[in-house]
Design a protein around this ligand. Structure first.
Ligand SMILES: [Zn+2]
Length: 453
């Protein structure tokens, strides 16, 4: 997920200035004057440890191949991280769970009327991107936890596909009943789009990236810039996570080997209609075949054509069929026992699975977490002890449905209720500003941390 809190724990040269002025500084929030001095000493030592080159090396290794849930490299990465943590002298282990993770078997999007067009549903190999040719290992472009289905129906453009958009459609006298809705990515979590479309009677849903939101209208597209090129497709989950996240078959309990499992037909978090994500290259002929009323100005994207709502005359065939397999998860768990308050756990997580190679999401966050753990391992050897127990969790299966963290949380629910005092999550790092979200009571603490760094 791209929207997680971005946490920066970087060694900056300004620690020298902080160290020089520490005698005159006020005590750290929550510390006495004496313990504040000792804490600052340890923090100064800690900030000197992370090495950018180490993080580059971890990133090369972890993002070298596609590593989605159930792939060989996903397991390989977990084992590599486990060995790194052990090498640094930390108490590390892997906890496994078995979860429902659908992967594509059949994907078809065809325009049947008034002209014919078959969507490619395939991202091209680019010479400048040495991992783009690993297609045999890549998951095809899809939305995980879409229902299976085979539908042929008129197309209706629904803007972002939010409830407001359907009110606007109603004002225009347009209904999606019995139609395939085509929504653009953005303005809402993607899982809302097929859910709301189904509630309004649509039989299928396409989600495409419009260049207005994620393409050339924003800036140069890859490889000249970072924006989405015409054939790029956003993979992602459409599971009804507000109902419950995690493994669809084991709500409320850890997906261990012997856990009681629901029948697939009884699962409520899978979409009611088939859904596929498509690129703007694939969406353009479909949208160009719509007529009806020209859509309101705010609904118009950046494709070089008029935007109509339909329904039709564009008639589309959409077929989605998944392999509904159980796949293993590998959560890497590291425990650093506390000294004075060992029964209070500070849990620190970042995921390691990705939709494809995941250099940005999540590996830019994973490598920082790893170097942070190495920093603590180094301090432990110098005689430092944390007051509370610190538990590092490198989650598997975050992208499909927060699978690894949810199943671990459910499996350890009793212990967590008794011991957990805080959870600090990160997802990725980039240049720019520190951005945090969470409990309001932590605001002063986080501001102080940001100021110290
Ligand atoms: Zn992520």
């Amino acid at each position: 997920m791209r929207s997680g809190a971005r946490l920066f724990l970087l060694a900056l040269s300004c620690f020298l200035l902080l160290a020089a002025s520490s005698d005159t500084e006020p005590a750290l929030h929550g510390y006495s004057a004496a313990s504040s001095r000792s804490q600052r000493d340890w923090e100064t030592k800690f900030r000197a440890i992370p090495e950018p080159q180490n993080q580059r090396d971890y990133m090369q290794r972890l993002s070298a191949r596609p590593h989605h849930v159930g792939s060989p490299y996903d397991k390989d990465n977990a084992e590599w991280m486990l060995n790194k943590f052990k090498e640094w002298g930390l108490d590390a282990s892997i906890e496994t769970f078995d979860v429902l993770f659908p992967t594509p078997k059949v994907r078809v999007v065809e325009l049947l009327e008034p002209t014919k067009f078959t969507a490619r549903l395939q991202e091209p190999v680019l010479a400048v991107d040495p991992t783009s040719n690993q297609q045999a290992e890549q998951l095809p472009t899809y939305n995980a936890y879409s229902a299976d289905g085979d539908v042929t129906a008129p197309l209706v453009y629904v803007n972002y596909g939010t409830p407001d958009d359907y009110e606007e459609l109603a004002r225009m006298g347009v209904s999606v009943k019995g139609a395939i809705a085509i929504a653009r990515y953005g303005n809402s979590w993607r899982g809302i789009k097929p859910k709301v479309a189904a509630e309004h009677g649509a039989v299928g849903c396409l989600i495409y990236s419009d260049p207005a939101d994620d393409g050339y209208a924003q800036g140069d597209v890859f490889p000249n810039g970072a924006w989405r090129p015409r054939d790029g497709v956003q993979r992602g989950s459409v599971m009804d996570m507000p109902l419950y996240p995690g493994d669809p078959l084991t709500p409320g309990v850890g997906a261990t080997k012997d856990a009681k499992r629901l029948d697939l037909k009884d699962v409520k978090t899978i979409t009611r209609i088939p859904v596929l994500p498509i690129s703007y290259a694939d969406a353009q002929p479909l949208l160009a075949a719509l007529k009806g009323e020209v859509v309101p100005e705010a609904w118009r994207g950046s494709l070089p054509q008029s935007y109509y709502a339909g329904p039709g005359p564009a008639k589309v065939h959409l077929k989605v069929q998944s392999n509904w397999d159980i796949k293993p998860l590998y959560d890497v768990i590291v425990k650093i026992p506390g000294s004075t308050n060992p029964d209070e756990w500070v849990v620190r997580g970042n995921h390691h699975d990705a939709w494809v190679n995941g250099a940005e999401d999540p590996i830019s966050g994973t490598v920082a977490l790893m170097e942070e753990a190495r920093g603590f391992a180094t301090l432990l050897k110098q005689g430092w002890k944390p007051k509370r127990t610190i538990i590092y969790c490198v989650w598997d299966g975050e992208e499909p449905a927060l699978l690894g963290s949810t199943e671990w949380g459910e499996a350890h629910a009793d212990e967590l209720r008794r011991h957990a005092v805080a959870y600090i999550n990160s997802d990725g790092n980039g240049r720019g500003y520190l951005s945090m979200g969470g409990s309001h009571s932590l605001e002063r603490f986080i501001n102080a941390v940001a100021r110290e760094i």
